[in-house]
Write a protein that binds this ligand. Structure first.
Ligand SMILES: [Mn+2]
Length: 307
């Protein structure tokens, strides 16, 4: 019977590459082919770009998880898992996020405070002398560079930098910063995307005491690409909040060069959001210098104010 390795909803590069490489790692170490990488829904632009360039098949979407054995990668919170996860059997978790998870039985549960799930996987390959080729090295390198915003994110650790250096050698990529920029350029080419697709391209749900929160992030090399779309994105955020029963829906557009973010907000409680962001909203938006990480900066602040 197959065991499916699956990342979170709104799959990002780290989550898809983690499923692909962890399946490979497990199949190699256990000398089997029962581990199968899958995704929750369709993949984003930079993931498509990298898979296509490297000639790797896109993992299948796993639509019915009932009674299936799953390994969750790059997330552990139920709200971020594939639909129906409560009817599946989760046998393992490999992640680098805060822990909001419970299970009736003991399972393998690995969480490291590193910048990417792929850092954990690359470390496993290296530590245990399991071979991986140039293609897998390139994929993992790309995923780590995206998750750590080319090492600029406060989530980036010494371990990530060490692994980035090692993967660059196997991937035969001399200038990993340039490779990172290449991916971010693809990531921020939003002209083809609808407003909802922009919002959903990297979107996470958080269940807090005050209600359900949706926080999307787009990292870009040029904020001006979004300037004339902010109004229509805000209308879409409002719609999403009403239809999805959210307390608040936030999209923040992160300028990775200048290291700040433009926040677009639809909320039922402006005052509290302003408290969480420590800045006044003007027309439901505000630019905040130095705020670039959802995981380390935005989510903890929201948890503090809304729990
Ligand atoms: Mn990740």
């Amino acid at each position: 019977m197959s065991i499916y390795i699956i990342g979170h909803k709104s799959p990002d590069l780290d989550s898809v590459v983690a499923a692909i490489t962890y399946s490979d790692y497990k199949n190699k170490t256990e000398n089997t082919d029962k581990y199968v990488p899958v995704i929750t829904e369709d993949i984003n632009q930079e993931t498509k770009y990298l898979l296509k360039n490297l000639d790797i098949a896109k993992p299948e979407i796993l639509s019915n998880v009932e009674n299936k054995e799953l390994i969750l990668v790059d997330h552990n919170e139920g709200t971020q898992s594939v639909e129906g996860v409560e009817k599946a059997k989760v046998i393992e978790v490999l992640d680098h996020h805060k822990i909001v998870f419970s299970n009736n039985e003991p399972i393998e549960f690995t969480v490291k405070p590193w910048g990417a799930t792929c850092t954990i996987i690359a470390d496993l390959y290296l530590k245990n002398n399991i071979e991986f080729d140039k293609t897998l090295a390139t994929l993992m390198l790309g995923a780590i560079l995206v998750d750590t915003v080319i090492t600029k994110s406060p989530t980036c650790t010494q371990k990530d930098i060490e692994i980035i250096e090692k993967l660059s050698v196997v991937a035969e990529i001399k200038d990993w910063k340039e490779f990172g920029m290449e991916i971010f350029k693809v990531r921020s080419s939003v002209s083809e995307l609808s407003d909802l697709e922009v919002i959903k391209s990297d979107f996470k749900n958080f269940e807090l005491k005050a209600g359900k929160f949706g926080v999307g992030q787009v990292e870009t090399v040029d904020l001006s690409d979004f300037k004339n779309r902010e109004d229509s994105i805000l209308i879409e955020l409002e719609k999403l909040r009403n239809e999805g029963g959210y307390h608040s829906v936030v999209l923040f557009l992160t300028d990775i060069i200048n290291e700040g973010s433009q926040f677009l907000v639809s909320t039922t409680d402006v005052e509290k959001i302003e408290k969480a962001l420590n800045k006044k909203l003007i027309n439901n938006r505000v630019y905040i210098n130095g705020l670039i990480s959802r995981k380390k900066q935005v989510a903890p602040k929201f948890s503090e104010i809304f729990n």
